[in-house]
Unconditional design. Structure first.
Length: 386
């Protein structure tokens, strides 16, 4: 049985047909943006994964997180007031765009704390996490229509909070565009309840976060006295979710590591189902979880943490399988993918680039790359075909 060509192989084959392999290999298949305490650096990625600094970069910026559409990069400011936009030029260089004062929409007079932002798969809406949205401990999400040139038009705000579930995590948007999810373990004393909140992002408010239901089930571990608590989830480009669970031991009242991974399918009514159980859920021994994301092709899952990262085969609704054991040794801040088969891994000192397949990962030529400035906060990858 013949194996299908990867997107990178198709790209190189087209270059060979055109008798221009060298120019093609230097063309950008992705732009990678890294934000530190005072600026955003930019790199273009070639077909072999080699990075080149983008001219006229870095640009001055004090942002704590990055998200992007095909035309604009967004970042919540460390001033805890504004969301800054940067328009992407033809060579990937960023130029400052409109600035939106997000705090003006907290009409109760409390500023809150700006958390991460994210953009839906279609690039129509930006979601901004706000901690302390109600003059207290409430957590909410502002939704903005994305206008031309990076302008943001406030749409509405919704509470997105699981009570007593620990540090806030952003919602995650399903690839089909009709549902969003937030997961965690609500608890009262030593009583923990697996909780996943479901939001309708189509009706009655297109792009909104209309509460749609709560899912409180989880796979059962081998010992019926214990149970799995969800920590985070990642969507694929279709209708599947990857969940990271930790075991909770009632006998000692503690959650433990490693993280155990399960896949779920979401039907058209927002209902979750899974084939995962304690026998087929692989463990991710990455220390404290920092990030997890699924490749644009939907077949690879990276899970990162304080020990490094591990790569898994994501099989849609079927159980997840492990590809690599622990890679790297530094705490990972952020991971990202392009559409040419590259995995980008950011630590506090370096940017790693890997050629990633279902067989494993290989460090790309020139990697890793040193990262300048104080403590990189975030990274985002944008493929020109986004």
């Amino acid at each position: 049985m013949k194996k299908p060509l990867t997107s990178r192989a198709i790209f190189v084959a087209a270059c060979l047909i055109a008798a221009s392999l060298q120019p093609c290999l230097s063309q950008a298949v992705a732009y990678v943006y890294v934000a530190n305490a005072s600026e955003i650096s930019g790199y273009s990625a070639a077909a072999d994964g080699r990075l080149t600094a983008i001219p006229n970069m870095p640009v001055a910026a004090r942002v704590s997180h990055l998200s992007t559409t095909s035309k604009t990069v967004f970042g919540p400011g460390t001033d805890n007031k504004n969301i800054y936009s940067f328009n992407i030029g033809s060579n990937g260089a960023l130029t400052a765009g409109p600035v939106t004062n997000v705090q003006q929409y907290n009409t109760n007079g409390c500023p809150g704390t700006l958390g991460p932002t994210q953009v839906d798969f279609r690039g129509l809406y930006l979601y901004s996490l706000v901690i302390g949205i109600d003059c207290g401990s409430g957590i909410g999400t502002h939704v903005f229509d994305i206008g031309s040139g990076g302008s943001l038009n406030h749409y509405n705000a919704w509470y997105t909070q699981i009570p007593h579930s620990g540090p806030p995590t952003p919602i995650r948007l399903l690839g089909t565009g009709n549902f969003a999810f937030l997961t965690g373990c609500s608890h009262n004393g030593t009583q923990y309840t697996p909780t996943t909140l479901i939001y309708n992002t189509v009706a009655p408010f297109p792009g909104g976060l209309y509460p749609f239901g709560t899912y409180t089930q989880a796979p059962e571990p081998s010992d019926p006295e214990d149970f799995f608590c969800p920590s985070r989830l990642a969507p694929d480009p279709s209708n599947h979710l990857a969940f990271a669970f930790r075991k909770f031991y009632p006998s000692i009242g503690k959650l433990s590591t490693p993280y155990f991974l399960a896949s779920y399918t979401v039907d058209t009514q927002g209902r979750l189902s899974t084939q995962s159980n304690y026998i087929n859920m692989p463990a991710a021994s990455i220390g404290t979880l920092s990030d997890m994301s699924i490749s644009p092709g939907g077949n690879l899952l990276v899970v990162t943490g304080s020990y490094g990262f591990e790569l898994f085969r994501f099989n849609g609704g079927s159980p997840i399988t492990k590809i690599t054991h622990l890679m790297a040794s530094d705490p990972v801040v952020k991971s990202g993918w392009d559409k040419a088969g590259h995995l980008f891994v950011l630590t506090n000192s370096s940017l790693f680039v890997y050629n990633a397949t279902t067989s494993g990962v290989q460090l790309a030529p020139g990697a890793p790359y040193p990262v300048s400035g104080d403590k990189p906060y975030s990274m985002i990858v944008r493929s020109p075909t986004n």
